[in-house]
Design a protein around this ligand. Structure first.
Ligand code: F6P
Length: 410
């Protein structure tokens, strides 16, 4: 038998996932593991994000193990551990991380995460020379990937992060399902959607038939609130079945009459190691103001973790494997401190390696919705946003029961 002479034989690549989970992390892990194995790497998984590199380390061998990339969440688990000093934890744990990288003989580290996890990885690359490759992930879709969306010949900077396509489909379906109960009671349902700083995911509800929408990018001041309530009334009166589903991001800044301030609604005063508080509950406030000020029946529904839950959808499966193909390229060139991204927003058939590139992890940061995608004067997502979403979700056709029974006059 001939021994294979693989390029990276004897080298070890380790993968970790940090921050909020998404339905596409296991698919990312499986795709990266498969490609790295083919190149000859031994592939380890680090458990619970950066936490798995503290103390004595918590590391598993993924090399020849069965792996289910369709299963949602992350089998490597996750945490919001920050190895660098933070307000919550002022002591640097970087020496522990370095010791464990050495101890487990890890040659390359791939970090699946958002701005926080990949930001810490980039700092390790810059300050300690650790070979890292970032891999994007977030259902909020606000991690800057510099992916261009061509709309009528014009290039608009959009974002495409694994996890978003699956979560967007769930939010779209959630909104579509809510419509039948809203319709039965002639109600307005305010649907709260995850998104601390950006409304990309909130917009997905419009594909499920939701109208209007509030996003964190544009604050709702006292004056804007009055216009919003007027717009809601008008939309409700114009709706054929006298019902509305209005999506709002958890991170919207809403004028509070009691305090006279525009602020977010916190679910808890606690912050994580990256300084993020937990938001939640603003839909209840918006719904009760609609009821009180407009005299229309309104209810709140928090979609919360539902968007993050469940299996990896088809688009995400293809997206993660395409971005993993780009990782092969980065490994072969030994280009570290980089993150693979798609160059343009495409339908799933065009998710191919030739449409990928890599960006410097130092330039990652956040990207919110621009006014190309959200029309502040109408409190609604624009046709440009609908075009962006139609590439990722394939515009669904929801059945509509167009009843209009003749009235019986006795
Ligand atoms: O990962 C981002 C996110 O999905 C935000 O939209 C949300 O505020 C946050 O996660 C909540 O995550 P957790 O409760 O798990 O910390």
């Amino acid at each position: 038998m001939r021994l294979e002479n693989k390029l990276f034989q004897g080298k070890t690549l380790a993968i970790l996932s940090g921050g909020g989970d998404t339905p596409a992390i296991n698919s990312s892990i499986e795709s990266i593991r498969n490609r790295a194995s083919l190149l000859g790497f031994k592939v380890y998984g680090i458990l619970r994000g950066w936490k798995g590199l503290l103390g004595d380390g918590d590391v598993v061998d993924l090399t020849n193990q069965p792996y289910d990339g369709y299963y949602g969440g992350t089998a490597l688990r996750s945490s919001r551990t920050n190895p660098f000093p933070s307000k919550k934890n002022p002591e640097s744990r970087v020496p522990q991380v370095l010791r464990n990288l050495e101890r487990y003989k890890i040659d390359v580290l791939v970090t699946i995460g958002g701005d926080d996890t990949n930001g810490a990885a980039k700092r390790l690359f810059e300050t300690e020379g650790i070979p890292v490759i970032g891999f994007p992930k977030t259902i909020d879709n606000d991690l800057r990937t510099r992916t261009m969306h061509n709309y009528n010949g014009r290039d608009i900077e959009a974002v495409l992060c694994p996890g978003f396509p699956s979560a967007a489909r769930s939010i779209m379906e959630f909104a579509a399902n809510l419509k039948t109960t809203a319709e039965s009671h002639s109600r307005i349902i305010v649907l709260e959607v995850m998104g601390r700083d950006a409304g990309w995911l909130t917009g997905a509800a419009t594909f499920g038939g939701a109208k209007l929408g509030l996003v964190p990018e544009f604050e709702v001041t006292k004056a804007r609130k009055e216009v919003f309530l007027e717009t809601v009334k008008e939309a409700y009166m114009n709706s054929k079945k006298k019902c509305l589903v209005i999506p709002v991001s958890e991170g919207i800044r809403w004028y509070d009459e009691k305090t006279g301030k525009v602020d977010v609604v916190y679910a808890s005063s606690e912050v994580d190691e990256y300084g993020h508080p937990r938001f939640g509950g603003v839909s209840g406030i918006v719904a009760s103001e609609i009821s009180n000020k407009l005299g229309l029946e309104a209810r709140a529904q928090i979609s919360g973790y539902y968007a993050r839950s469940g299996h990896c959808r088809h688009y995400d499966r293809k997206l993660t494997s395409t971005l993993a193909d780009k990782i092969v390229d980065l490994l072969l060139r030994e280009e570290y401190g980089q993150m693979p991204v798609m160059t343009k927003i495409t339908s799933h058939v065009e998710l191919e390696e030739f449409n990928t590139t890599s960006i410097d992890m130092g330039t990652v940061g956040n990207k919110s919705l621009s006014d190309d995608y959200y029309d502040i004067s109408r409190f609604s997502f624009t046709p440009v946003y609908a075009d962006f979403l139609s590439k990722i979700l394939d515009k669904p056709t929801f059945e509509e029961f167009r009843y209009d029974f003749p009235v019986v006059i006795p």
